[in-house]
Structures are given as structure tokens and as C-alpha cells.
Design a protein around this ligand. Sequence first.
Ligand code: GDP
Length: 422
Amino acid sequence: MGVTALIGLQWGDEGKGKIVDVLARSMHVVVRAQGGANAGHTVIADGVKYVLHLIPSGMLSPGVRGVIGNGVVVDPFQVLKEIEALEAAGHEISGRLAISGRAHLVLPWHGLLDSALETERGEFSLGTTRRGIGPAYMDKTARDGIRACELLDEVRLVRTVRETGMRRNRMLAAMGSPVVPLDELLDRLLPAAQSLRGLIVDTVDLLHGALARGQSILLEGAQGALLDLDLGTYPFVTSSNCHLGGLLAGSGLPPASIERVIGVSKAYATRVGSGPFPTEEAGPVGDALRKRGGEFGATTGRPRRCGWLDLPALRFAVATNGVTEIALTKSDVLSGQPVLRFACSYKDAADGALGFPPPELLGEASPVYTDLPGFDGDLGGVDRFQSLPVSLRSLVEAIEQACRVPVSILSTGPGREHVIWR
Ligand code: GDP
């Protein structure tokens, strides 16, 4: 049955959690493969709202196996908190969840370092969640991280946490930051390690076993293509590769196992934190999209910057990730806008194949817009593409033409039932 990968095509918050939730019911295994608790997926299942940071969103479907792969950076306290909250809400998790022993841990010094670095950058801050995800990846690439497998051996864990912690505390003190009381940390970490021990396995082996048995696997991307560490709008990007390649390296699944790559995009655009956003609407249009779309961060509560859909950006994300189909979300949010607008190209763009300016030129780049008449009314009850307002159908067709892949899923509201399959 192979692997389906799901990737955000914008700057994150595309509504991936909802699409995962809808797809997961037909999956055997759902996998997170990159990022950490800086991702926040909001899923409304059976009228109940869940915000998941580390646990794969697909686990809200009963019986589906969940994997936190080797590419994720895991805060052990956060993952336990999420397991407890979901179990309290009636979802059995611990018997279905596996965490890779190769996954790196996010520990309290990472959050402090994140804050200290952001403060030091001043007006040039990146706008991180300050949850320590970037510094955990810094330790990983410096070959100085602590991995989940270290939780399996208490003696070794104590030694490693003390040794690494002392070095990190020296660094924090030099930056004028509070340090981590290591005894206190160990008092909390050792019981957490005990609770997590049964979940830590070789997830690469687990996933290859699932493949060999012909099971269906869903790779849940976090963040989005334009936040990818290599291909995104550097330096205003996330600290992991949210590109399809990052999902493969972060899970150990082979490229040839991928059968579908579903790219998720909103019908407009949003961005959290700093960085270029050429189609941003800072005035009343942006305010209206933010209000109607509830565009406030699931992790931080920060208001998101809002603007129009950017087709060259979408084409770039689709092309670089080999996306085979698009899920378009939040189309209902456009209702009530007097004009429905999208960027179709960039002024003075070089005659490249994709037409999306590189990050160093994006700040100055001027989008060229196409306008369509706005539409009114609630899309909640619409269950056929042909019954949608003409302008919305034209927008879908423009996306398909620009990206050369079908829009196969159209989301018209937050609930599981608000989906049109094409
Ligand atoms: P993710 O990080 O990509 O999963 O996205 P978020 O969870 O940050 O944001 C998606 C938000 O939009 C959630 O509150 C969803 O319930 C909501 N949502 C998803 N699809 C739709 C849709 O089609 N219409 C509306 N109105 N809300 C949606």
C-alpha cells in the first residue's frame, strides 16, 4: 500500500492536522519525522478541539500506530504531557506510540539558549517559539546531542546529563542567561525516562516491517516548504528540513516507497514571525482574513500575518517536493471578501522555470495579481465541487494550471465533514 507523504506548501499552519486526521482513518501507521514541539496541529475531531505538538495527529484515529521518527527532536516532558492529556480525553496512546531511540532530546537548556539567542539578535530576531528546537538541532549537528536511547540506561543518562548540562550552563551563564539546576532536572527526568522507556524502539525497523507487510504509512510533515532549512526563505526558516527529503531521512523510509505526495495549502497565505511575505496584506484585508480564519498560533497564540495566495511560491514548493496532488484548505475563509485575489507572477522576475524570486530578492519583489469577484455565504453544506461559487472554482483551476498537479482535496470548514474529494 506504500507511503503517503503530506507536506505544508507555505509557511506552516496550512491545516495539515485536519487533512492528516481525515486521511489517517485508512492508514496503519502515521509518522512524524522532523521538527519538534514548535509545530502545533489543531484538529477538531467529533466536535472536540485537540492541539498536538509532538504526537502524530493521525493517532486521533483509533487503532492507528504512531511513530515519532529519528528526525524529530523530542522534549520528554512535553511528549508525556500530551500522552496524558490525550489519554484523559479517552484516546489510548501509550500502547500505540513508538519513539525512535535515535531521536534527539530537547532539554531545558535548549529553551534557555533559544531565548538568549533571540534576545541577543534584538531587532534581527527570527521569531522562534523559544521552545529550544533550533538549539537541539544545533547540538545534533555539532555531534553533541543526547538521544532518546540514552533514556534507557539510568546510570549513563545521569552521567551524560551532568556532563553536557555543565557545559551548556557555562555557555548560558556567559550569555547572561539563567542556568539549569541539574539536580532538579534529574529529579524530573529520571521518572520521565522510566515512563517513556517502553515506547523507545528502533522505529526504522518498525517502519520497514510495516512496509514488508504491505501496510499503509502516512508521513506527517510539520511546518512548511517555505520554512525548509535549505529551500525556504533563509534565515527566516525552521531548523529542520520539512522538505520531502527531510521526511525520508527523518523516518528511514526509502524514496521509492513514496506513492503520493500531498501538498497542503490554504486558499490564502499566512506567516508567523519575521521574514519576507510579498503578498502580505497589513491593512483591513489582512485583519478580515485573520479574524475569519482564526489565524493565531496554536503553539504561541501569536497573531499570524495574513495575505493572498502566492502561485509562484506554490509552484516552487510543488516542484521542489515532487508534490503529486494538492489539498486546498480554508476556502470558506475567503467568503465575504469583496475581491478574491491571488499572485500569478512577479514583476521583473528572471525568466526562470518557477518564477519565484530567491530569498535575497523576495523582500523587494512585487507580485502581479489576478482579481476574481468575491463570493458570500457558508460553504459548510457544499459537498460537490460543481456546487462551489464560480470564483472559488476559478481559483482552484488557476492553482492546477500554475502547479500542474490536481487539487484533489478541498476543505471548506474545520470539521472532519467539511471536505470535498475530487
Ligand atoms: P497545521 O499546523 O498545518 O496543522 O495548521 P494549524 O493547526 O495551525 O491551523 C489550522 C487551523 O485551521 C485549525 O484550527 C483547523 O481546525 C482549521 N482548519 C483546517 N481546515 C480548515 C478549513 O477548511 N476551514 C476553516 N475555517 N478552518 C480550517
